[in-house]
Ligand binder design. Structure first.
Ligand SMILES: [Zn+2]
Length: 244
């Protein structure tokens, strides 16, 4: 092999008579750097390949069987796992955004296709009713994993869920509608007021003269038509209450 510096025969650059000791050191250092760089590049390539393999494995679609083991309907939502959102502002959905997939009636099951880049969240339908769509749940919804403001029966990044059978069962009390809440407050308040009126003899007693004008107003409160079951629900005595 001829010398890499002067192409002379019988020596190499380390022993080249045309180079100073400093120059030789410099060339040595350069070669070393070059080798390091190559090693680094190779390592990066291997890493990228491993990452690609991992992603391919994760994005393999699997069939998940979701069993609704409840007496209420549930609705299944789909989103990206948060890591995936951070990756590249993924595919139209922002962090925590969910898209409705399907409804599952009480005690029934459905199959969905999903992969390990996805997050699956399941709510009772009544928990996510869309006021603009009285018969259905929101088509899109923002809900982060740590968000407990809506009752959930399931919330998982599927990468952390090795099984493909998702059985959901969780005790749930339906939320009261706004009307039901007002009925309850009204009937409770009215019950208390009429009790006070009764106990104070309508405020006619001298002892109660200070509150008599208010007691008089109680009978002017018109409670809209309601049934015994409304009273029962509001927790005030009704004809349905067992009287012993
Ligand atoms: Zn030489």
């Amino acid at each position: 092999m001829p010398c890499s510096h002067c192409s002379g025969i019988g020596h190499n650059y380390v022993t080249c008579p045309n180079l100073t000791r400093e120059q030789i050191q410099e060339i040595k250092e350069k070669k070393k750097q070059k080798k390091l760089l190559l090693l680094q590049k190779r390592e990066e390539k291997i890493k990228a390949q491993l990452e690609k393999d991992k992603r391919e494995k994760a994005s393999k679609m699997r069939e998940y069987k979701i069993v609704n083991d409840n007496m209420y309907e549930v609705v299944v939502y789909w989103g990206w796992m948060s890591e995936e959102i951070q990756r590249s502002g993924s595919n139209g959905l922002t962090k925590g955004e969910l898209r409705r997939v399907l409804y599952i009636p009480p005690m029934e099951d459905r199959i969905i296709k999903s992969n390990h880049l996805h997050r699956i969240v399941i709510f009772p339908t009544l928990e996510v009713l869309d006021p603009a769509n009285p018969l259905g749940a929101y088509s899109y919804l923002i809900n982060h994993q740590e968000d407990e403001s809506r009752f959930k029966v399931f919330d998982m990044d599927l990468v952390n869920y090795p099984d493909t059978n998702i059985e959901v069962k969780r005790e749930y009390t339906e939320p009261k509608s706004e009307l039901e809440q007002w009925k309850e407050v009204a009937l409770k308040s009215n019950f208390l007021l009429t009790q006070i009126a009764k106990i104070t003899g309508g405020g006619k007693n001298k002892k109660f003269e200070l509150i008599e004008p208010f007691i008089d107003m109680v009978k002017d409160i018109k409670i809209p038509e309601h049934g015994e079951e409304d009273k029962e629900r509001a927790g005030v005595p009704s004809s349905l209450t067992n009287i012993t």
